[in-house]
Design a protein around this ligand. Structure first.
Ligand SMILES: [Zn+2]
Ligand SMILES: [Zn+2]
Length: 138
């Protein structure tokens, strides 16, 4: 059983990926704050095309990133859980909202992104690198 499998709150959306995760990051961007209703989102990057939806297909909110390029935020139309984000500026990977994973015990964020918009009370771990915007191109 792979690490990457999970579902939304209501279970209408289920996903799996055979690939290993590429990166785990904490995103402090204002759009993630809005979408999650929280201070940040935890995202796990997987290779583009590796994610398979095994129940229903998530709905899409077409957002626009800082780059001016589209950001497709996919969510469950029944319960509203954000599931995955497809960022046109980063075409080789998709970003799963880590809170939707069935098993979150292995998560260990390696990077903080969009730290310029982090909420001031969020104490960032000094040992985890922080970048002001998107992660540097791999
Ligand atoms: Zn749902
Ligand atoms: Zn974000």
């Amino acid at each position: 059983m792979g690490k990457i499998q999970g579902q939304c709150l209501c279970g209408a959306i289920r996903y799996t990926a055979a690939a290993e995760p590429l990166l785990t990051a904490v995103c402090h961007c204002t759009h993630c704050q809005k979408q999650t209703g929280s201070a940040f989102s935890i995202v796990v990057a997987v290779p583009k095309g590796s994610l398979v939806f095994t129940a229903e297909e998530p709905a899409i909110y077409q957002d626009v990133g800082e780059s001016g390029l589209p950001v497709r935020r996919r969510f469950c139309p029944k319960c509203g859980s954000p599931i995955v984000t497809e960022v046109a500026a980063m075409p080789t990977m998709d970003f799963i909202k880590a809170g939707t994973l069935d098993d979150t015990s292995w998560l260990e964020p390696q990077l903080n992104i969009w730290c310029d918009s982090a909420q001031p009370w969020v104490k960032l771990d000094a040992s985890t690198p922080c970048v002001p915007g998107n992660p540097p191109a791999a």
